[in-house]
Design a protein around this ligand. Structure first.
Ligand code: TXA
Ligand code: MG
Length: 357
């Protein structure tokens, strides 16, 4: 039997404890898997330079092996050891946003195995700002490959309990650092082409990047809803973040400040589904929650504060699974600086199902 498929005893340890972090570093050095908190979402870490460790990650997550992993580092020196070329714009971004929720793509050096990069000749690098993550990476003396610590296709974990739900018996240790701060994954910028390109929107916005390095493009696959355009980040082509119930977004095509138009449409859809005996949930902002006539109205955050929505988006989608509902209807949350990152995730979770009214 492949040893990566054996049932492992998963230890949950306090992410604030130095002893636990040292133990996590030991596990990583001996080729094991450790889930750990970052400022964005929980990561599933292993030695980035070991083919076998990378294979263990793919197998624990049930992730397709052509989907490359982000390599997490704790100092800038590591970039020069892992990347074959570090252009000035990469250095400017590292200086401005690291440690923090930004991943940069650069040409890789031989040291990074193809198993880690899904066969690509580029590598994704990120220095997280979460103190437990930084300390664990530093103490391990390794570079740490880490995708989000969820089963492939499910919402990313923003609490240790989510990791346990998905990966119990498949990872050696979970460092519990409580609920994460940001709640959606890092912004990914590809610096290998003519013009820096955002492959995945996140907390670091296009405007913030352009302020530092000038013109930045969005990957065409992000802007046009056309499945024939292949996204440059292989992971962006998969259905993702999806709850088990069927999620549909209901969006107003013109101003709907009171939220009444969307609420009326959602209430109609809820009534229809309930009449046919289905379980239903609604995802709404705190301002609009009172407009809905449904047993399960889940408040995702404050519509004027995108960061509150980002922080609770994935736990809200997981809550829908706990409620075992068949259908979920959500408002759109496209306003504010985080709007494009939030909608990118919500649309994927909905399999691009949108009703415009
Ligand atoms: O915030 C984050 O980035 C979290 C935490 C744990 O750091 N990590 C994360 O990893 O979101 P993951 O594996 O769930 O998503 C990584 C994304 C995938 O869409 C993958 O295809 C893309 O990054 N990616 C990785 N390496 C790449 C490369 N060399 N070129 C293009 N895309 C790459
Ligand atoms: Mg992921």
């Amino acid at each position: 039997m492949n040893d990566s498929l054996e049932k492992i005893n998963t230890v949950v340890a306090n992410g604030n404890s130095r002893e636990a972090i040292l133990q996590a570093a030991d596990i990583l050095r001996s080729g094991g898997l450790v889930a750990f908190p970052t400022e964005t979402v929980y990561g599933l870490g292993a030695d980035a330079c070991s083919k076998k460790a990378a294979e263990k990650i793919y197998s624990a997550k049930g992730r397709p092996s052509d989907n490359p992993l982000i390599v997490h580092i704790a100092d800038v020196k590591a970039v020069y050891e892992l990347a074959a070329c570090v252009p000035p714009k990469a250095e400017m971004l590292m200086e401005a946003f690291w440690p923090g929720p930004l991943t940069i793509i650069l040409p890789k050096k031989e040291l990074v195995p193809n198993e880690t990069t899904g066969g690509l000749d580029t590598v994704a690098l990120r220095m997280p700002s979460h103190p437990a993550a930084l300390e664990m990476i530093r103490e391990s003396g390794l570079y740490i490959a880490a995708p989000s610590a969820n089963t492939s296709g499910r919402p990313s974990p923003t609490e240790a309990a989510h990791v346990l739900d998905d990966l119990k018996g498949k990872v050696d240790m979970i460092l519990d650092g409580g609920a994460v701060g940001i709640g959606i994954e890092s912004t990914i910028v590809d610096l290998t082409g003519e013009c820096p390109t955002i492959l995945r929107p996140g907390f670091i916005t296009k405007q913030m990047l352009e302020h530092i390095i000038g013109e930045v493009k969005m990957d065409a696959a992000l802007e046009i809803n056309d499945s024939s355009i292949r996204p440059k980040a292989p992971g962006m082509k998969y259905t993702h973040y999806a709850p088990k119930g069927e999620l549909t977004i209901v969006e107003a095509s013109s101003a709907d400040d009171s939220g009444m138009n969307v609420a009326n449409k959602i209430n109609e859809l809820v009534r229809e589904k309930q009449q046919s005996g289905c379980g239903v949930a609604v995802i709404a902002t705190s301002e609009h929650a009172h407009l809905y006539k449904c047993q399960n109205v889940l408040v995702v955050g404050d519509g004027t504060k995108g960061e509150t929505i980002a922080a609770k988006l994935y736990s809200t989608l997981r809550k829908c699974d706990e409620l075992s509902v068949d259908y979920i209807f959500s408002e759109a949350f496209s306003t504010g600086a985080l709007g494009s990152a939030i909608m990118n995730r919500l649309l994927k979770a909905a399999g691009q199902r949108v009703i415009k009214i």
